[in-house]
Design a protein around this ligand. Structure first.
Ligand code: ZN
Length: 88
């Protein structure tokens, strides 16, 4: 009978160790879920959650900061002005 008890103990111990090892497996990093976009002004990649989003027509452009958004808008208005100047 003693051997049977040892077998049961070994089995229970094995199950505990197995469960412990399974629990230690770390979940896959969730980094890939966050979208990143490139700032067209300074070229920095920003996460969609942290980005400053500017709308140009139908496009949504992601910027790292409001400064970059304003620079981008300035460059757009400048090019529009030069075009209108050429036309006149
Ligand atoms: Zn930027």
């Amino acid at each position: 009978m003693r051997i049977l008890i040892w077998l049961i103990l070994a089995y229970v111990g094995f199950k505990i160790v197995k469960g412990y090892l399974a629990g230690r497996v770390e979940p896959a990093p969730t980094r890939e879920e966050t979208e990143t976009h490139q700032d067209p002004v300074c070229g920095v990649f920003v996460a969609a959650d942290d980005a400053v989003i500017g709308r140009v027509g139908d496009k949504r452009i992601h910027f790292c900061s409001i400064d970059c958004l304003e620079k981008y808008r300035e460059s757009l208005t400048e090019s529009n002005q030069s075009k209108s100047q050429e036309a006149t």
